[in-house]
Design a protein around this ligand. Structure first.
Ligand SMILES: [Zn+2]
Length: 307
């Protein structure tokens, strides 16, 4: 009898801890890679392998968003760059469209922006089909969705007509600023600085997570399924394992983008527009009439990293 009771207790504990887990989806932009001009293919392949193996070993079903201009040189396809994406798909990871050349929708007409989306899907769509997947997700460059209601509506209509689902970001952050500093420190072979930037990056990201959890609670009285934005750079290649541990330590499990988008929070109307590239949590907050003080605790990058 007591054995059964203890069995049922352990089962309850397992079920409860599972139910209490918060959820996050990892998305990785500017694929195949952000290399800051390093064209060495050995370096690039090692970076991609590190990113993939970190995602796989932590069980993270990530989606990468591709800028196809990186696959071409004078209109010629670069087989090596395509191979990087193939290795990503072969690992069971997903791809989406991030436009061809990462233009800014704030400064481009809708018609020209739509051309960028179509131009940006040619190779990726084929690769996805080869891996029995369907290209279905779109990520806005700079998180610029249209600075007026008319422009935003017209993009949404285009995406729907072309069977795309827009991929919002809730855990917005400045990983790219840390990545630039990290690359500079690597160039100088400054090991102490390299390590400091890495450590500061992880604690900055944890502060961001805690901040957006607080905002989620304040707006929706619960922890929403979050979507994290990262970039495919050397910093993340080296620090993805530490980033994954930070999320696990904070009681997160990793989910895919389709799983995250099942959360009804993503149906929350956005009624306020601007030139900003901000978290969807901030957009919802502004649309719900929140002002100034509501956003006051947002963590900033350390001074030496830049803003
Ligand atoms: Zn981007």
């Amino acid at each position: 009898m007591s054995r059964w009771i203890s069995f049922i207790f352990s089962l309850l504990i397992i079920l409860q801890s599972h139910a209490q887990k918060k959820q996050v989806c990892f998305t990785i932009d500017d694929m195949p890679l952000v290399t800051y001009g390093i064209t060495d293919t050995v370096y690039q392949k090692r970076m991609m392998d590190k990113i993939i193996s970190a995602l796989k070993s932590s069980g993270i079903p990530a989606m990468g968003f591709v800028n196809e201009f990186k696959l071409f040189n004078n209109n010629q396809l670069i087989p090596f760059q395509v191979q990087l994406l193939k290795s990503w798909l072969a690992a069971g990871l997903d791809l989406g469209n991030h436009t061809y050349s990462h233009p800014d929708y704030n400064t481009l007409s809708s018609a020209n922006f739509f051309k960028e989306i179509i131009k940006g899907e040619q190779v990726t769509r084929k690769l996805m089909t080869e891996h029995n997947k369907k290209l279905a997700y779109f990520r806005h460059p700079f998180l610029h969705v249209g600075d007026t209601k008319a422009k935003s509506d017209s993009l949404n209509q285009f995406l729907t007509a072309h069977h795309y689902v827009a991929a919002p970001v809730t855990f917005d952050n400045a990983d790219y600023l840390f990545a630039v500093a990290y690359k500079r420190a690597q160039d100088k072979k400054d090991d102490k600085l390299i390590k400091q930037i890495g450590d500061d990056y992880i604690s900055y990201m944890e502060q961001k997570v805690l901040y957006f959890e607080k905002q989620s609670q304040a707006l929706f009285a619960r922890q929403i399924k979050q979507i994290l934005l990262l970039h495919a750079n050397a910093l993340n290649a080296d620090y993805l394992p530490a980033l994954a541990s930070m999320f696990q330590k904070n009681n997160y499990e990793f989910i895919s983008l389709p799983q995250a988008l099942q959360d009804e929070v993503y149906q929350t109307p956005i009624t306020v527009y601007g030139k900003w590239g901000i978290s969807w949590i901030d957009r919802w907050a502004l649309s719900l009439g929140k002002k100034g003080d509501f956003f006051k605790d947002e963590p900033q990058t350390p001074e030496y990293i830049g803003r």
